[in-house]
Design a protein. Structure first.
Lengths: 378, 378, 378, 378
C-alpha cells in the first residue's frame, strides 16, 4: 500500500560548513519527527565555488549545487532560503531572497552592523516574507519551560540576572583569523554574546542600558590557518557587561571565546522574590528550579521529558537527552510552521536587529567608558 | 549543477513505535552526516495492520506500508530489515529475513529466550548475513573512549565493576502490562538489564558466574492501559546481582525499572590498580577518568568532542552534546558499513545471544538461590 | 564578673591516632557549641607506652598520660572511657571499663568477632553502663532528615536499596599490613563496610539475609610500612553483597577500600513507591529528595541548615557546611546526654553487635557461596 | 605521668553572636589540632551588657564576662583581643586594643568607612601590634592551592576573572534592619562582597578600576525583627561590577544577599592561557583545575586532603571534608603564629583597608555611573 506523501517545500541552503551541515540534517530529519505541513526537499546548495557546491550537495543530499547564490535565490523550486554563509554575506543574500518573496532563514548574528540588520529587517518586512534567525538555543524545551515559569509568577518578581556565553575555541593565541575576527560583525560579543543576549531578552524582555568592557586578549593572530604571518586583532576576545532591563531588573553578562576550560557555558541564573532558576547549556537537558513555597527548600533538577514540548517528538521517555542538533530540528519545525502560515514564533529579523543593537551598545560603552542607553528615542 | 547521488540501499522497517520512529530518523539522517557507501531509502514499513502501516509510512517517510511483515521481508527492494516490533516477533522476522539473505538489524533483547536467540544466531550465521542488535548505548563516543582507556592499560589492571541500568517507567503500580511484562523475555532484567550487561561485556569481556535476586515489586498490574482488570505480574521489576567476569574481576549490577527518580541511570564505575573510570548515561557526553599518575589526583571530567570519533560527524566543536537519537544514527552508520562489506563492529546476534544467556543465568540463580556458571562447557 | 562554670565530667581516652585526635577535639569543642549537662575535662590519655602517652597528652591537652590503659580505666576521675585503640583492644578495655561502672564510648567495629562483640554487649548490659559506638556518619543532620522522611511515608513504601562505602586507602598494593588487615576483625567489609551496614540498618531496619562475595585484590602486602618483607593478605579488599531486609526490601551493598578514585563514597540510594532519597558522604551537606507529588518532578538538593538539627549548634546560617570532625562533636554531645541520664540515642553495643553479625554473615556467605540468614532463631 | 602543658595566651572576645561562637570554638579547638606556640585560654568575654556577657561567658567557656569592652581591652591577662561585635564598634575597640599593645583580631569588614579603616590601620601600625582580619574563606586549603597554581604559571598567563558572593539571607523583604543595613558600612557589597574582593585580591593582586551598579531590591524593611514599622533601606541588596586588576586582567564580580536559592555561593572562575581554575564555597572541599597540557582535557576535581596543608591537621585521610568552622580554626592557628612572632600571613588591617577602599570605589562608581580608579595617587 503506497503511503500518502506530504506536499514538498523546496530548500535552498547557502553555505555548507559547521552550520550548513547542521541545517541540512535538520531539514532531512524534521518531517519524520514533527507533523509538518510540508516536507522539505533539499533542492539547491550554494557555496563559494561550483565545485565546492557540487561536492557539498552530494554529501548533504541536495539535488544540485551552485557557486552563485543568486541562482539559488532566484530558483523557482526554492521556497525557503537558509543562510549559513559568513556574516558579511547575510545581508545581500537575505535582501535578495526577501525581494524574491522567499522565506528567509538566516544564521546569527543577523548582519555585521546594526544598521545593516535594520535595513534587512525593513526589506523583509516590506516584502512581507517570513523570517527566522538561528538562535537555536532558544528552542530548548527547558528554555521554554523557564520562560513559562517566569511568566507565571512562580518565582515571584524577578530581582536579578547573571548570564554568560563562554567557550574556548579562540583561547589559543594561534587560532587564526576568520570571518569571526572581521572587525565588521566579529568578536566574541557579536559571535556568541549574541546568544546570551537573545536568551536574556527572550526570558526577561528588552535591555535598556548597558556598560561593558570589551577586551582583546591576543593582540595578533595568524592571517590564515597555519600561516606565519600574524595580523593585529581588532575584535574582543572577552567582554563583561552590566545590563539593566526595561523592567528595572539589573545584572551582568559575559561573552568569552577564550574561556579556557569551557566549551559551551551558555548559562544564566535568574533570581526572583519567591524562587530562582538556573541553566547551563553544558547540562542542556535540565533546568534548576528553586522554590520558596512551603516544603523542603533546595534546587530541584528538572529533567527534560515528554512533559516539556516538543521533547516528545524525539522520544517518548524522559531522561533520554536531546542533543545540540535536535535544537536545530525544532527550529526548522517552527520555521516550516511559519512558512505554512502558522504562528511565527521568532526570533525574526527585527528581534535579531535588537540583539545586534545591544551588541553595538556594549561595544560603544566600552569605547566611551559610559553607560549607553538602548531606550527607543522619543 | 546536478549533484552526484550516492547509490541507494533499501530499508524495510517492522514496527513504528518508540524505536521505530528512532530507526526511521536515523536512516533519514545518516547519509548527510556520515560518509556512507550507500544512502538509505525508506521503502517499506510493516506494522500490525495495513492501516497502521500506511499511516506510519506516511508519517515516517516510507514509500509504502504493509500489515504483513512477510511481504516486507520478501520485497526485492528491501536490502536491510530493521526490526522494532515487540520481542516475541523478533525471531520469526529475523529468521525469515536471514533466510531471504537480508541484512538483519534487530532491536534488543534479541529474543524472548536464550534458546530462541541461539537459533536466530545459527540461522543468520548459516545464511551468512550481516546482523546487528540495537544496543545503541555502546555507540557513545565516550564508551568507545572508555574501552580504549581500559585496553591501553591506562588505569592498570581492572579490579572492580559496579554497574546499573535504572529507570522509573514501571515504578507506578498502575503502569499496565505490555510486551515488556510478558513472562517470555520480559522484566526489568531482560528489558534494560540487557543494556548494562552488553556494556559490561563490551568493556570487560565475558561474565562467567552470577548470583542475583529478581524481585517483583508490584504483584499485579492493569491488563491494558486504563483497564480495571488487574493481572498478576510474573516478571522482575528490580534485580540485583553479583557478577564475576572471566578475567577474574568481580562486582555487581542492577536492573531496575521501578527506580523512582531515575530516568536513564545506565551507569558504571570501573576501578583499576592505577586509575578509574565512571560514566552515567544521565551525563552521556562526559566520561570521568581518575589517574594515579604523578600530578594532581582527582576525577577529570572529559567532555565529548571531535577528539572522540565519531562525534565530529555531528559537530566540529566540543561541548555541543550528542543526544540519544544520535547514538542510533551512529549505529545505523556502522550497520551500513557492515552491510557494504566493511568491518562488522557488532554486537551481532551471537553477542546478543550471550547477553541473553547472562540474563537467564541471573534469573535461574535467583530461583535456585545459587551461583550459576556461564562458562562454556567442556 | 566571673562566669558560672558547668560541672565537669572526666574523660579518659585510649589511643591517640586518627580517631584519638578526632575524639579529643570533639571533647574540647562540645561544651562551647552544645548545651551539655557537664563539661568534658580531658584527664587521662592512654597509649601503647608511657612515653607515647605523655607526648600525646601534652599535644591533645590531657592532664596526664599512661602506658597502661588499666590505670585509665581504674582512675577515679575518669567517668567516660573513650576507646580509639586498635580493634583487638576494644574488648578487654571495654569490658574492664564496664566492670568499673564507666560509660563506654568505643570506636567501630565493636570488636574482632561477633562473638566477642556479644560478650561485650552482655558485660555492658549486666553492668548497666551507657555505651555508644562511633558510627559517626549517623550523626549527620542529613541522615536524620532521611530517616524522618522515610518514617513519615513521604517517599511511600520503600522498594529498593543500593549502598556502598568505597575509599582508596588500600588500593596501592604497597600499602602495608596493619591492624586493619588482621584476619581478626579486619578487611574492608569490617573496617568500612560496617559504616554502610549501620547506616542501612538505621534507615531501613534489620537485614535478614545476605549473599556476598569477598575478594582479596592484592595477595601480599609489606609486613610493615616500608618493609621489603611481604606477607599474605587474608582479608577482603572489596566485597559486593546482596541484602534482604526484614521488611522485605532488597538491594545491594559494597565495601571497598581499593576503590581507586574514591576517598569517601559512603553513599546510598533508597527508592520508594512515591519518592526517592540519595546521599553521598562526598557531598555530606546535602540530601537529594525526589518526590512524585504533584508539581515539577526531579531530585531536590536539600542543603544542610538550621532547619536540620543540630546544624544550628554550629552555625546559624544554612549552606556553611559541617565537616567530618563536626560529626564527632555531635556524637560526643549525644554521649554526654546519655551519660547524664538523658535519652540514649545509640548505636549502643547491642546495635554494633548486630552490625558485626551482619559482617560475619556476609563473610560466611562468601565462603559457602550460599545465602546466609540473620533471622533470630526460634 | 602528668603531661607537660603548653604556655597560655589570654583571649578576650568582644561579642558572642554568630561569629563570637565561631571564634570561641576555634580558640578551644586549635591547640589540640595545631602545634601552637601557646594554648589559648578563654579569659574575658565582653558583650552589650554584664548580664549578656556573663551568660555568654558561661556558655562559651570564658572565665569571666563584662558589659564593658574597655575593661576587656585593659585586662592584664588578655593578650589577644578578638572583635566580633557589630561593625560600628570595630574601630573604637581595635584602636583601644592597639593602644594597649594587644594583638588585634577583628572581624570583617574592618570598619564602616575606608577612612575609619585607614585610621585603624595607622593606629595599629604605629603601635606595632599584630593584626588579622577575619576573611576566613582565604584559609581554605583549596584556596591556598589555587594561589600556588596561579603563581606557578601552571595555568599560563591569567586572562579573566568572574567572581561572586551570593547568599539569600536578605532575600525576604520582611528580613528586618540590623547593623548589616546600617548605611555606615552596611549592604551586601560591604557585608559579603568584601569576601569575594579579598579573595580576588589574594589570588590576582590589587584591583585598579571598577564600575559597578548597586541596587536596593526592597525599598523598606521592618525596623526590628517582627516589628510592623518599616523603615527605608539605604544600602544595596545586590551589586554587579566590572573590575580591572592592576595586572591588566579584567572581569566581573557580584555581591548579593538576596540571591534566592543561594546560601554560600562564594565562587569564582579564573581563566589562563594554558588552564583554568574554578571554585565555589558550596563545594568547599574541592578545586576544579583545567589543564591544556598534553593528555586528556577536562576539569579535574581535586579533593582536599593531607596533600593540601593544613588539611592534615584535621584528618589524615583525604575526602573527609573540612567544614566552615574549621576555616576559623586555621585562621586562629595563623593568628597565634603571628602573635608568637612567627610570620604574619595576613590579611592584616592594611589589606582589609584596601578591600574596604574597593567597596567604596564600587559604591561611588554606582553613584556617578563612571569608572572609578583605585590606583595609588602620584
Ligand atoms: N546558531 C549557532 O549555534 C551557530 C551559528 N553560526 C553562524 O553560522 C554562520 C556560518 O558559520 P559556520 O558554519 O561556523 O562557518 P563555516 O566557515 O564553517 O562555513 C561557512 C560556509 O559558507 C561558505 N561560503 C563562503 N563564501 C561563500 C559564498 N560567497 N557563497 C556561498 N557560500 C559561501 C563556505 O564555503 C562554508 O561552506 C555564521 O553566521 C555563524 O555566526 C555558526 C556556528 C554556530
Ligand atoms: N535500544 C533501545 O534503547 C530500545 C529498544 N527497544 C526495543 O525495541 C522494540 C520495540 O519496542 P518499542 O518501540 O518501545 O515498542 P512500541 O510498543 O512502542 O512499538 C512496537 C511497534 O511494533 C508494532 N507491532 C506490533 N505487532 C506487530 C506485528 N505483528 N507486525 C508488525 N509490527 C507490529 C506496533 O504496532 C508498534 O508500532 C523492543 O524489542 C524493545 O525492547 C525499546 C526501547 C528502547
Ligand atoms: N569512626 C570512624 O570514622 C573511624 C573509626 N576508626 C576506628 O578507630 C580505631 C582506631 O583507628 P585509628 O585511629 O585509625 O588507628 P591509629 O593506628 O591511627 O591509632 C591507634 C592508636 O592506638 C594506640 N595504641 C596501640 N596499642 C595500644 C595500647 N596497647 N594501649 C593504648 N593505646 C594503644 C596507638 O599508639 C595509636 O595511638 C579503630 O577501631 C578504627 O576502626 C578509625 C578511623 C575512622
Ligand atoms: N567572617 C565571616 O564569615 C563572618 C563575619 N561576620 C562579622 O562578624 C561581626 C559580627 O557579626 P555577627 O556575629 O553575625 O553578629 P551578631 O549580631 O550575631 O553578634 C554581634 C554580637 O555583638 C554583641 N554586641 C553588641 N553590642 C555590643 C557592645 N557594645 N559591646 C560588646 N558586644 C556587643 C551582640 O550582643 C552580639 O553578641 C560583624 O562584623 C560581621 O560582619 C559575621 C558573619 C560571618
Amino acid at each position: 500500500m503506497t503511503a500518502k506523501r506530504k506536499p514538498k517545500v523546496g530548500i535552498g541552503l547557502v553555505g555548507s560548513g559547521f552550520m550548513g551541515r547542521c541545517h541540512a540534517n535538520a531539514f532531512r530529519s524534521v518531517a519524520g519527527l514533527f507533523d509538518v505541513a510540508a516536507e522539505p526537499e533539499l533542492r539547491v546548495l550554494a557555496d563559494a565555488t561550483d565545485d565546492l557546491a557540487a561536492r557539498a550537495a552530494a554529501t548533504l543530499g541536495f539535488a544540485r549545487g551552485t557557486g552563485d547564490w543568486n541562482e539559488l535565490v532566484d530558483a523557482d523550486d526554492v521556497d525557503i532560503v537558509a543562510i549559513t554563509a559568513p556574516n558579511v554575506l547575510h545581508a545581500p543574500i537575505a535582501n535578495a531572497a526577501a525581494a524574491a518573496g522567499k522565506t528567509v532563514y538566516c544564521e546569527k548574528p543577523l548582519s555585521t552592523t546594526a544598521e545593516a540588520a535594520l535595513e534587512m529587517t525593513r526589506a523583509a518586512e516590506a516584502a512581507g516574507v517570513v523570517t527566522l534567525v538561528g538562535f537555536n538555543f532558544l528552542r530548548n524545551p527547558m528554555i521554554r519551560l523557564a520562560r513559562e515559569i517566569i511568566d507565571s509568577g512562580e518565582i515571584g518578581e524577578v530581582t536579578g540576572f547573571r548570564g554568560r556565553h563562554a567557550e574556548n575555541y579562540m583561547a589559543d593565541p594561534d587560532a587564526p583569523h576568520s570571518f569571526r575576527t572581521d572587525p565588521q560583525g566579529g568578536g566574541a560579543l557579536a559571535d556568541i554574546g549574541s546568544h546570551i543576549i537573545s536568551m536574556a531578552r527572550f526570558l526577561l524582555g528588552p535591555i535598556d542600558e548597558v556598560q561593558g568592557e570589551c577586551r582583546t586578549l591576543h593582540a595578533t593572530r595568524p592571517a590564515e590557518p597555519g600561516s606565519h604571518e600574524r595580523l593585529p586583532v581588532e575584535v574582543d576576545d572577552m567582554t563583561h557587561a552590566l545590563v539593566r532591563f526595561a523592567s528595572g531588573v539589573s545584572g551582568s553578562l559575559e561573552a568569552n571565546w577564550a574561556a579556557t576550560g569551557r566549551t559551551m557555558d551558555l548559562s544564566w541564573e535568574i533570581t526572583g522574590t519567591r524562587g530562582a532558576l538556573a541553566f547551563s547549556q553544558e547540562a542542556m537537558n535540565e533546568l534548576l528550579l528553586y522554590s520558596n513555597a512551603p516544603g523542603r527548600r533546595g534546587f530541584t533538577r528538572i529533567e527534560a521529558g515528554p512533559a516539556h514540548p516538543p521533547y516528545g517528538r524525539f522520544c517518548p521517555a524522559p531522561g533520554h537527552h536531546l542533543g545540540f542538533n535536535d535544537l536545530k530540528v525544532i527550529e526548522v519545525a517552527d520555521l516550516l510552521t511559519a512558512h505554512a502560515g502558522g504562528p511565527a514564533v521568532g526570533p525574526d529579523f527585527r528581534e535579531a536587529y535588537e540583539v545586534q543593537r545591544t551588541v553595538e551598545a556594549i561595544q560603544s560603552s566600552s569605547a566611551t567608558r559610559r553607560w549607553v542607553s538602548l531606550r527607543p528615542g522619543p
